[in-house]
Design a protein around this ligand. Structure first.
Ligand code: AMP
Length: 440
């Protein structure tokens, strides 16, 4: 199967070739022809399956194809180009990434893309909308602000995408979504992507999709198969040392670490830094610019560990991320699937490690029930000490059961050569670059 056989135009094939993609992913192979044919779509596809290109490519093509009696670019009510495709997404990060994809894949087309999300200035977005645009990628709240300020005209929308619909519902966007739906022309094409299928998702799908084609690229509610998953059962108070040890001793490159709370993310980031591992936190209390900086630093390999909370992690698109660590298990089992969807992307293999303390056993059971199988319990490694910084007391070793073993003296005097070497390894950029930013 090649992109040529999917019926895409040369200007899109050229952009795909620039991105280095050779074959369509399964969701692309199935979605692109259906969307081009004008069908509604319900796709059970997680992040990492290539779903973004699966809807953006055919949208670019449809918008660029004049219908009988039309020019390629329709004029809006007031003479400017009103958007004809609207992509609703749950988070700012995902909005930025989908918009970037649309610009990348559309670089040889005349399509203009505007991204609309909160936490940044309103006026530049209004200005971009005023200049005329074809595709708007938006989070629901800010989109409705533009509606209220009359800075957007949704009356020309022909194609609507709900991306990561399950997450939008989790985040309480259902009323906003319903308000947006009411503002759109009744006759339009609808595409909905969701990693999981809850009753609520089915209800929403039934309410607004018209005889949709159903595409399922991974087993329902199943974790990405290419990800090797295992669990370390460990006492809560030993998690941090195990984490530092795992990062130091495995050849993972960079890791994405999940904590349950913002405070926990901040604290763990500091502790990792104490252990000589360059880390940064990304969560909802951080300003948009701090989040963007942390993500860019991570993508460019300037940080080793990105510590994230659930919401902030949504839609993070980081290629070639070999390892995701659940420092704490999520409360909602579906979130486990979302989290580990950050690794093993587009067919690459990945590792997902969960550190599970006794109080989390119930959560682990829920996750295993969702996956339909138990997760492998890996033996605890012998935990080596982190490099000791002057003024910081050394920690005793843990044995394989998590009990403290006596100190080995020689290891904890000051900043020896071993530490310098390790710090080089973690502070520097390993292997010619960090997690690669999405290229398309
Ligand atoms: P998505 O599921 O849309 O978030 O995409 C996951 C990642 O796969 C993105 O980083 C894309 O750049 C990458 N990707 C998308 N389509 C392909 C393809 N056909 N071949 C290789 N990589 C792809």
């Amino acid at each position: 199967m090649s992109f040529q056989t999917l019926g895409l135009k040369p200007e899109l094939l050229r952009a795909i070739a620039d991105s280095g993609y050779e074959t369509p992913t399964p969701v692309q192979a199935r979605a692109i022809p259906e969307v081009l044919a004008g069908r509604d779509l319900l796709a059970g596809a997680q992040t990492g399956t290539g779903k973004t290109a699966g809807f953006i490519l055919p949208i670019l093509q449809l918008l660029g194809t004049p219908k009988a009696g039309e020019t390629a670019v329709a004029a809006g009510r007031n003479g400017w180009r009103a958007p004809r495709a609207l992509v609703l997404v749950p988070t700012r990060e995902l909005a930025a990434q989908v918009a970037e994809s649309a610009r990348t894949y559309g670089r040889y087309t005349p399509m203009a893309v505007t991204v609309v999300f909160g936490g940044v200035g309103f006026n530049p977005q209004a200005e971009s909308l005023r200049r005329g645009t074809d595709i708007v990628v938006a989070t629901p709240g800010r989109l409705l602000d533009h509606v209220q300020q009359r800075t957007i005209d949704l009356s020309k929308i022909e194609i609507l995408v709900l991306d990561e619909a399950d997450r939008m519902l989790d985040m309480g966007f259902i009323h906003d979504i319903k308000r947006v739906l009411k503002l759109l022309p009744a006759k339009r094409q609808n595409l909905m992507f969701s990693a999981t299928y809850s009753e609520e998702i089915r209800t929403l799908a039934a309410a607004f999709l018209h005889q949709p084609v159903n595409i399922e690229v991974a087993r329902r509610n199943a974790a990405v198969d290419s990800v090797t998953q295992h669990v370390h059962e460990i006492r809560k108070e030993d998690k941090r040392r195990l984490l530092s040890h795992l990062i130091r001793t495995n050849d993972w490159g960079q890791v994405l670490v999940f904590t349950r709370t913002k405070h926990g993310a901040n604290r763990l980031t500091k502790q990792l830094e104490d252990d000589g591992i360059i880390a940064s936190a990304i969560h909802g209390n951080k300003s948009q610019s701090a989040r963007t900086k942390a993500l860019n630093d991570f993508k460019q390999g300037r940080i080793m560990a990105l510590v994230a909370t659930e919401v902030a992690s949504r839609g993070l698109d980081i290629d070639q991320l070999p390892c995701v660590i659940n420092y704490e298990l999520p409360n909602v089992p579906e979130d486990y699937v979302h989290r580990i969807g950050r690794t093993g992307r587009a067919g690459a293999s990945g590792v997902a490690v969960s550190l599970v303390s006794a109080d989390e056993r119930g959560l682990l059971k829920d996750i295993e029930r969702l996956l339909g199988r138990p997760l492998l319990r890996a033996q605890l490694p012998k935990i080596s000490e982190p490099p000791v910084r002057p003024g910081r007391p050394a920690q005793p070793e843990l044995d394989t059961r998590g009990n403290q073993a006596p100190h080995r003296d020689g290891q904890r005097h000051g900043q020896g050569a071993g530490q310098a070497q390790r710090q080089n390894r973690y502070r520097g950029n390993r292997g010619g670059g960090g997690a690669r930013a999405r290229s398309g």
